[in-house]
Design a protein around this ligand. Structure first.
Ligand code: ADP
Ligand code: ZN
Ligand code: ZN
Length: 685
C-alpha cells in the first residue's frame, strides 16, 4: 500500500498528489504528515491510499512523522471540490480544513488506587487528601507523589479545557408562535429552506429548535453567523440552551482555546459548532443541520484564495452529508430568494410594528444633517446613526490649482483623518501628514470635501448633550474594543451609536427609538450590479435596530436619490417588492442568479505583463457556448500594481469554471507571465 500525499504549498505551479510509502504509524485519508520533498520537508495531507504506484521502489520514501490530529475524510473531499469550484489548488483548499495550530494542555489528576488503607500510617493531611480524591493534583503534588510512591494514589495527565468566554444570554423557553411552529415543521421535513423573517420575528428560536431536533436524532449541527464581535447574542443564546455541547470557533480566540474547541468537535464531545465563515469547515460528524444566520452578510465571502463563499460551501456540505440547510435573514439575497423555498415570519414576535421610515431629500443641502434629523436626534434619548464612510473628509483639493491628494500606491483619493493629523489610503494603509499648503502651487487654501464618521461625530458632540459612541474600523482596533463599546452603549441610559455598516448588524437594543441613515445612496454609487441589493439591505437592517422596545421608534433616511427603487422599497419595508423588481432587472441584464460570473484579475508592477496575461486568459476562455467574455479591462492601480480584469458571464457554470481554471493555470505556468499575479473570483460579491 502507498499513501497519496498532497503537499501543502501555495504555488499554482506544483500539482500533487505524490506517492509515499506507508510510515509505521497508521495513516488514513485526512492524516497530516511530514514528508521529504526534494531537498526540503513539507507538511502534507493524505488524500488517498492505493495498491500501486509508478514510483520505483528504491525511490519511494515514507513520511517522517504523522500528526495526532487528522482531518475528517469528508472535509478532504470538500476541499477537493472547493479547489475546482473556485479555480484554486488542492493545497490551498486543504489549508482551510486543517486543525488549528496548538496542542492539548494537560494537567495531573490524582485518583485513589485499590490498595487497602488498613495498617497504613497516615497523618491528618494525608487522610484529608485521600478523602478529597479524585482531584486536580497541581496544588498538592509533592504530598500526592509520596502517596503515589506508597501505591495508595495514581496520578495521570488529563486534558484541561481552555474555554472561551461568552456572555450566556438567558433564554427562557418560549411558546412558539404559529409562524415559528410552521417553519420548524417545514425544516423537520428535510431539505433546504430560506427563513425570511423581519427583524425581531424570532428566527433564532427556530434555529434553536431545529438544532435541538438534530441533537435528538444524534446528529451534529453547524451554525454560521457574521462576525462574532458584532453579534455575540446568537452565540450566547446557543450556549444558554445547549451548554458545553456548543463549541465556538472564531479567529479572535486564543490559540489554545481555538484548538480545544476544534478538538471537542473532532472527538464528538461537542456537537454544535457556532462561528463565522470558517466554521463551515468545523469537524462535525454525522452532520444533520447547517444554519446560516444573516445570510445577506458580506463577511461570508472569503477574500483570500480560494475565494470561497461560506454560504455556497455550507449548501454543498449539507448536500453531501444529507443534512438540512436553513438560511435566515430579514433581507434575503436575490440568489437565495430565487433558489430556495421560503418560510415566512412576517411579524415581530410581540406584534410591534416595524418603525415608520421617512426619506429626507438632501439634493442641494449644504449641511450633512437635515434639519429634521437634528430635531429628531435632539429629542431622542437613544439612537443609532449609520454613515458608511469613515474618516473626516473623503478627499482634499487645492482651491487654486485643483490638485487632489491621491495615494502613491493606489489610484484613489486619500481620506483625511483629523485626529491623527493624517491622510490615509483605505486600500493599502498608506499614510502621510496633512498638507499645510499645496505642494503643486504653494496655495494655503486646501478644501475638504464630504463628511465621514469622524466629522459627524464631531458635529454631534457639539450639538447634542448625549454621549456619542463611534463604531468603525478606526475605533474597532483592539481585540475587545467592539464588544466593550456595544456593552457601554447598551448600559447607557442615553446615547448615540454612530458608525459604518457595523452599527446595522443584528444588535438588539430595546431602548433605541431612532435610527438614521446618512447619505443612503453612497452604496448605490458603486459601479456594481449588487449596489441595489446592498443599499436595500443596509437600510432595512438599520431600520430593524430601531423601535424594538415598548416606546416604539422611527427611522430617517437622508439621501440625494429619494426615488431610487432600493431606497423607496426599504422605506416601505417591502422586501418582496424589492426582490421581485431586482430579479426582473437581473434577468434582463443577465446577472446572477440568471447567469454566473467569474472574475479574473491579473496584476503586475507595470501594466504590460498584466494586460498580456489577462488577454491570454480571455482568449483561452472565449468561444464556450452560452458564455460571454468581457475584457481585459483596466482596474485602478492597487498597492503599486497595475491590474486588468476579465469577466466571464456564463450560462454553463461548470464548463466555464473548468475552462477558466485551466486557462489561469496555463497562464501562470507560462514563463512569459512570470511577473503576473492571478486572482480568480467565482461568484464575486
Ligand atoms: P430575529 O432573530 O428574527 O431578529 P430574535 O430571535 O432575536 O429575532 O427574537 C426577538 C426576541 O423575541 C428575542 O428576545 C426572543 O427571545 C424573543 N422570542 C422569540 N420567539 C418568541 C416567542 N415565540 N415568544 C416570545 N418571545 C419570543
Ligand atoms: Zn495648488
Ligand atoms: Zn493606497
Amino acid at each position: 500500500m502507498i499513501a497519496q500525499v498532497q503537499p501543502l504549498t501555495t504555488t499554482r505551479r506544483l500539482s500533487g498528489p505524490f506517492d509515499y510509502a506507508l510510515p509505521e504509524a497508521p495513516v488514513r485519508v485526512g492524516s497530516i504528515v511530514r514528508v521529504p520533498f526534494g531537498r526540503q520537508a513539507l507538511d502534507g495531507v493524505v488524500i488517498g491510499l492505493a495498491e500501486h504506484t509508478e514510483v520505483p521502489a528504491e525511490k519511494l520514501v515514507a513520511p517522517t512523522s504523522v500528526r495526532v490530529d487528522s482531518v475528517p475524510a469528508d472535509l478532504v473531499e470538500l476541499a477537493h471540490w472547493m479547489a475546482t469550484e473556485y479555480c484554486s489548488t488542492p493545497a490551498r483548499s486543504l489549508q482551510l480544513v486543517l486543525p488549528p495550530k496548538g496542542r492539548p494542555r494537560t494537567e495531573p489528576w490524582a485518583f485513589r488506587t485499590d490498595a487497602p488503607l488498613d495498617g497504613e500510617r497516615l497523618n491528618d493531611n494525608q487522610r484529608a487528601l485521600l478523602e478529597a480524591l479524585p482531584m486536580r493534583a497541581t496544588g498538592q503534588l509533592p504530598a500526592l507523589r509520596r502517596l503515589e510512591g506508597r501505591g495508595l494514589v495514581a496520578i495521570e495527565d488529563r486534558q484541561r479545557r481552555r474555554a472561551p468566554r461568552t456572555d450566556v444570554q438567558p433564554s427562557a423557553p418560549v411558546a412558539l408562535t404559529p409562524d415559528q411552529e410552521a417553519a420548524i415543521q417545514a425544516v423537520e421535513g428535510g431539505g433546504e429552506h430560506l427563513l425570511h423573517g423581519v427583524t425581531g420575528s424570532g428566527k433564532t428560536e427556530v434555529y434553536l429548535r431545529a438544532a435541538a431536533a438534530a441533537l435528538q436524532r444524534g446528529e451534529g449541527v453547524i451554525v454560521l453567523v457574521p462576525e462574532i464581535a458584532l453579534t455575540p447574542q446568537t452565540v450566547g443564546r446557543f450556549r444558554a440552551r445547549f451548554g458545553d455541547t456548543v463549541a465556538l470557533l472564531h479567529s479572535a480566540l486564543g490559540e489554545g482555546e481555538r484548538y480545544d474547541e476544534w478538538r471537542r468537535l473532532r472527538t464528538g464531545e461537542a456537537r454544535i459548532a457556532v462561528g463565522p465563515r470558517s466554521a463551515v469547515f468545523a469537524p462535525v460528524a454525522d452532520l444533520g443541520l447547517v444554519v446560516v444566520d444573516e445570510e445577506h452578510d458580506s463577511s461570508f465571502k472569503h477574500e483570500g484564495d480560494p475565494r470561497y463563499d461560506a454560504r455556497t460551501v455550507a449548501a454543498e456540505r449539507a448536500r453531501r452529508a444529507g443534512a438540512r440547510l436553513l438560511v435566515g435573514t430579514a433581507t434575503p439575497r436575490p440568489e437565495t430568494w430565487h433558489a430556495l423555498p421560503h418560510l415566512r415570519l412576517p411579524n415581530r414576535v410581540d406584534s410591534r410594528p416595524l418603525p415608520p421610515v421617512r426619506v429626507l431629500d438632501m439634493r442641494g443641502a449644504r449641511h450633512p444633517l437635515h434639519p429634521e434629523t437634528r430635531r429628531a436626534l435632539a429629542s431622542s434619548r437613544k439612537s443609532i446613526v449609520l454613515l458608511n464612510r469613515r474618516g473626516w473628509s473623503n478627499f482634499l483639493s487645492c482651491r487654486s490649482c485643483g490638485k487632489t491628494w491621491e495615494c502613491p500606491n493606489c489610484e484613489v483619493a486619500l481620506v483625511l483623518h483629523r485626529a491623527e493629523n493624517a491622510l490615509a489610503c483605505h486600500h493599502c494603509g498608506h499614510r502621510e501628514r496633512v498638507p499645510e499648503r499645496c505642494d503643486a502651487c504653494g496655495s494655503l487654501s486646501v478644501a475638504r470635501h464630504g463628511a465621514g464618521t469622524e466629522r459627524i461625530e464631531h458635529e454631534l458632540r457639539e450639538g447634542l448633550d448625549v454621549p456619542v459612541f463611534r463604531l468603525d474600523a478606526d475605533t474597532a482596533g483592539a481585540k475587545d474594543a467592539v464588544p466593550e463599546l456595544l456593552a457601554r452603549f447598551r448600559a447607557a441610559s442615553s446615547g448615540l451609536l454612530l458608525g459604518t455598516q457595523m452599527v446595522a448588524k443584528g444588535h438588539d437594543f430595546p431602548d433605541v427609538t431612532l435610527g438614521v441613515v446618512l447619505d443612503a445612496d453612497s452604496t448605490l454609487r458603486f459601479p456594481d450590479f449588487r449596489a441595489e441589493e446592498r443599499t436595500f439591505a443596509l437600510i432595512a437592517q438599520l431600520a430593524g435596530r430601531a423601535g424594538r422596545g415598548e416606546r416604539g421608534g422611527r427611522v430617517l433616511v437622508q439621501t440625494s436619490a429619494p426615488d431610487a427603487a432600493a431606497i423607496a422599497a426599504a422605506a416601505r419595508h417591502d422586501a418582496d417588492g424589492f426582490l421581485a423588481g431586482e430579479l426582473e432587472r437581473r434577468r434582463a441584464l443577465g446577472y446572477p442568479p440568471f447567469a454566473d460570473l467569474i472574475r479574473v484579475v491579473c496584476s503586475s508592477e507595470d501594466g504590460a505583463p498584466a494586460r498580456a496575461a489577462a488577454g491570454a486568459v480571455a482568449a483561452a476562455v472565449d468561444g464556450l457556448p452560452r458564455t460571454e467574455v468581457l475584457g481585459p479591462a483596466p482596474l485602478f492601480r492597487l498597492r503599486g500594481r497595475e491590474r486588468f480584469q476579465v469577466v466571464v458571464k456564463t450560462g454553463e457554470r461548470e464548463d466555464a469554471v473548468r475552462a477558466t481554471g485551466t486557462a489561469v493555470d496555463a497562464a501562470a505556468r507560462d514563463r512569459a507571465h512570470r511577473e503576473v499575479s492571478f486572482s480568480v473570483d467565482v461568484d464575486p460579491q
